[in-house]
Design a binder for this molecule. Structure first.
Ligand code: SF4
Ligand code: SF4
Length: 190
């Protein structure tokens, strides 16, 4: 966990993110190597790569970080997390930033919530995410001009990372998952 660099005034966003991310996220340990962005299937749809987002986080650019679409474009594939040389829990940090962004209403309403809804629909119907379809459909809908830029990375993810281009099969025990999700929604609403 990071120490708070500001001894007076409100805590830095970096400190807040470190405190709110479960476990030790090592978020303050980024060396700006760029491995995360190079691994990310959604990078071309992001307004900042994960590396750039962490640089802004360290610079306490609160508004820029919280209004960035980057955490919302994250499809939770964990490629970045397993490859980060600093063992930074990048995916978990993305969730923390999303939560703070929601609380402060700093997110870009138009695209962010739409992406999350699509993600949740995949999980609710198939029990798992479909990274290529999710990123591709969202880019087509909201960032059609970036499709060409996205193509090489998408091809790399399919050929080198083994990502499927067809929708996933439903997991076994879908009924149980639906019950769990239903209960989670009830608890959230309570
Ligand atoms: S891979 Fe890890 S250390 Fe490298 S830029 Fe990304 S977060 Fe920072
Ligand atoms: S977990 Fe999110 S940020 Fe990391 S590579 Fe996957 S989509 Fe990109």
């Amino acid at each position: 966990m990071t120490s708070n660099p500001t001894t007076s005034g409100p805590p830095s966003l970096l400190h807040e993110v470190a405190m709110r991310t479960p476990g030790n996220s090592h978020v303050e340990m980024c060396i700006q190597c760029g491995t995360c962005g190079g691994s990310c299937p959604s990078a071309s749809a992001m307004d900042h790569t994960p590396r750039a987002l962490f640089a802004m986080l360290r610079a306490n650019m609160r508004d820029n970080v919280l209004s960035s679409n980057t955490p919302w474009m994250c499809v939770s594939c964990y490629f970045c997390t397993v490859r980060c040389p600093q063992d930074i829990h990048i995916t978990d940090v993305m969730y923390t930033i999303k939560n703070i962004s929601l609380e402060t209403k700093a997110y870009q309403a138009k695209t962010a919530s739409d992406f999350s809804k699509t993600f949740i629909r995949w999980v609710e119907n198939y029990g798992r995410s479909f990274e290529v379809g999710l990123a591709g459909l969202h880019t087509l809908k909201h960032f059609a001009g970036r499709l060409l830029a996205m193509a090489p990375m998408a091809i790399g993810m399919i050929t080198k990372k083994g990502m499927s281009i067809t929708p996933p099969k439903r997991i076994q025990g879908m009924d149980q998952l639906k019950k769990i999700l239903k209960r989670a929604k009830e608890l959230e609403a309570a």
